[in-house]
Write a protein that binds this ligand. Structure first.
Ligand code: NAI
Ligand code: MG
Length: 355
């Protein structure tokens, strides 16, 4: 099978970690009968400074017409608002209808408080439709601001269906021998329908309906109110397998869960739609360590795995996860953010050897 992958390094350490992603893909290609070709695509703040656009049309068109998937590094955002600049990854999610944001959070298997969960966040609606308004209070007591929280049956159904599909994929990986703290698939629906009975109520009901489709009969369906979810996620993170959430709760839970594993340099993500996936490390462009050769490449390498899972290559993804776990378990070649003194290159070499 031939797959064409767009490489969008972006700014800062994005340029140091995306090449590692490419090398990992090349390393797994022969064992899994895959043939990768790559196309480098510009985007980001530096692209904006040079050309006046952060996301050139050519980048979007090449992704749409030529590519099966992509890897996105990170982009810098100016601290002050700059006219004409807006985040290219946010625009890409819209243009390619990447309606799900997937964030696996995992510690090593032998960790004292092991975690192996994935947050499946709806990425198109909820409060992020950005329909806000401000007006004067009729009684003259000052301003009032309000925002629309929009939840649709369509978006809720497709995100819960994706969560169910992911739960089954993870189970398949376990059955093929990947070590895990879980033995059976569970999806936890996150909401606050005790207060927001219509919006979160619709999300909860629709998710339940979606997950009761016959192909999901082996999945345990659970649900949890978002505030108690935060408590339990921090106290007993090993409880969770797959978590599905509307946009805002998913955003907050994702960053909170990432904090549980120690470094942003370890946490991958993917932006996923029907038939397209962009792997993206969770971290930013890290100007403080840029150019020093010490950026942790693992978030990107794991993002390669997540992208491959969504391109239907779960076995190759599993091999990548195992190589990363091997490197972390041994703990000999680690970058400074996780307590080691190795550079990016040494970590990449070690993982490539394990592949
Ligand atoms: P950041 O994620 O770039 O860095 C936060 C801290 O984590 C820094 O101390 C950094 O050195 C460390 N870190 C991050 N990734 C690492 C890695 N792979 N290995 C080792 N250490 C790592 O977030 P920050 O500093 O808030 O933002 C820097 C720039 O990145 C800003 O311009 C921001 O707008 C942008 N950003 C972009 C994102 C994206 O492209 N998706 C996400 C977050 C921030
Ligand atoms: Mg966030």
């Amino acid at each position: 099978r031939s797959l064409r992958i767009g490489l969008i390094p972006g700014d800062g350490i994005g340029r140091e970690v995306i090449p590692a992603g490419r090398r990992v893909l090349e390393a797994v290609s022969t064992s899994f009968n895959l043939k990768f070709s790559f196309v480098d695509l510009p985007a980001g703040y530096e692209t904006f400074q040079q050309t006046g656009v952060a996301l050139p049309d050519r980048t979007v068109e090449t992704l749409q017409k030529e590519c099966d998937g992509a890897l996105f590094g990170a982009v810098s955002s100016p601290t002050k608002k700059v006219a004409g600049y807006s985040s290219p990854i946010v625009a890409l999610r819209k243009k390619l209808d990447l309606y799900a944001n997937i964030r696996p959070v995992k510690t090593t298997f032998s960790s004292k408080n092991p975690i192996d969960l994935v947050i499946v966040r709806e990425n198109t609606e909820d409060l992020y439709v950005k329909e806000e308004r401000t007006f004067s209070a009729p009684d003259g007591s000052g301003k009032i601001a309000e925002a629309i929280k929009r939840i649709s049956e369509r978006a809720s159904h497709r995100i819960a269906t994706m969560a169910g599909t992911i739960a089954l994929q993870r189970q398949q990986l376990r059955e093929s021998g990947i070590q895990s703290i879980h033995t059976k698939p569970t999806v936890t629906i996150t909401h606050k329908s005790n207060v927001l009975s219509q919006t979160d109520g619709l999300f909860r009901e629709t998710s339940r309906t979606a997950l009761s489709q016959p192909q999901f009969s082996s999945i345990t369906i659970d649900e949890q109110i978002v505030d108690s979810m935060v408590y339990k996620l921090f106290r007993q993170p090993s409880t969770y397998d797959v978590i599905v959430a509307p946009n805002l709760y998913g955003d907050i839970l994702s960053d909170g869960a990432a904090a549980l594993v120690g470094s942003l340099g370890l946490v991958p993500s993917a932006n996923v739609g029907d038939g397209f996936a962009i792997g993206e490390p969770c971290h930013g462009s890290a100007p403080d360590i840029m150019g020093k050769g010490i950026a942790n490449p693992i978030a990107t390498i794991r993002s390669v795995g997540v992208m491959l899972e969504f391109l239907g290559e779960a076995k190759a993804a599993g091999r990548i996860y195992e190589a990363v776990d091997g490197n972390l378990e041994e703990g000999r070649l680690l970058t400074p953010d996780v307590g080691g003194s190795a550079g990016t290159e040494e970590v990449v070499e070690d993982i490539l050897k394990r592949l």
